[in-house]
Ligand binder design. Sequence first.
Ligand code: NAD
Length: 406
Amino acid sequence: MVNAFQTALAQLERAAQLKKIDSKIFERLRHLDREVVISIPVTMDDGMQKIFTGYRVEHNNARGPYKGGIRYHQDVDINEVRALALWMTMKCAVAGIPMGGGKGGVTVNPKDLSEGELERLTRGWAKGMMDILGPRKDVPAPDVNTRSVEMDLIADEYAKATGDASGAVITGKSLEHGGSEGRGTATAQGSFYVFEALREKIGLPEKCRVVIQGFGNAGLHAAEIWTRAGHVLVATSDSKGAVYKEDGLDVAALSAHKKTTGSVVNILGAATITNAELLTTECDLLIPAALENQITSANAADIKAKVVFELANGPTSTEADDLLFAGMVLVVPDILANAGGVTVSTYEWEQNLKGEHWSEQEVFAKLKTNLQAQALHVWEEAKSAKTDLRRGAFLLALKRLEEVMK
Ligand code: NAD
């Protein structure tokens, strides 16, 4: 099976084939600037020590400090972090924000750890990475299974080590510790703005039937935002299973059910389906919001959605991209569709550097104006190169990176 980094490199190469890219710049982008892998010893609650592996990969900082989340997951490995770092460089360029690309992680199932153990693990990651972090160097953020709690802890370690308590070293912090209004829902909100900008162009009706894979931070908020706007959520899932309801799921009830039972499955009034069936459910809009490599050559031909809208990073393999294209299923790529998170993260960083605090209204107004303009740039780029939106987005990113790297 191809790993996520091979997919990311293939996407870069496929876009670069369409336009003459300076060969030195292209080679730089095929390589990562720096990789740091550390052992993090953690004293567990029972007094025993466990060693975890932590990562930070810095891909490119031509447009600004390395930027990208920290993922806690049992499947985190170096190739996943490399891929996510490369996508961050491209995403920040597509979003037009002054940031480069990086990503971090720890190979751990956080559900196996107590809050105290998680705190010691997070502080250990921060101490191990201290030399490379900094508001003008490398600015991490949350990703799968990390929350504002972890971001606050890393900001605290950084302040203790350097005396800089501005918080600008990391984003996604709690509001009390310098977080931005709107950061919690920014990824989903941003994706909805992109959807609004492109909806008619991509041939979707005013009211869409929506399927969301993954009912976590990004997926739950997307479900709330899309249904509030009158669209119908017909199916959703989490790692434990999937549920379907022809005339629409009640998102508030699903959210409450997940809080009490830990999953969306077995909610009253909905049918249980498998995670595989969820992806091939008939709908207008399929929103993968879980992990990488979900739509592959094994299931792409069976996708019945009109549009795949990538809220997750890297959910579609390169082969699947081609199969979807052949089947006239349009893909709105991750590096555009989920760029709202890093954009509001950048607003948080800016507020911390300037000592300001913007209202949610101000944050979302800026986000909307920016992302809707970028969505149209991607559309135009794809149209003029007569290609799909993924290559269009990569071409736009490459153009912007070339400008500064030259
Ligand atoms: P999360 O941990 O809050 O949620 C992930 C959800 O996916 C969970 O509900 C989990 O149960 C579910 N899931 C895992 N495996 C699954 C499977 N095989 N089938 C169905 N569901 C499954 O994480 P998140 O922050 O919402 O991130 C989700 C995706 O969005 C990731 O790819 C992440 O990189 C991307 N993303 C997140 C942000 C952000 O700000 N949170 C920003 C940009 C991109």
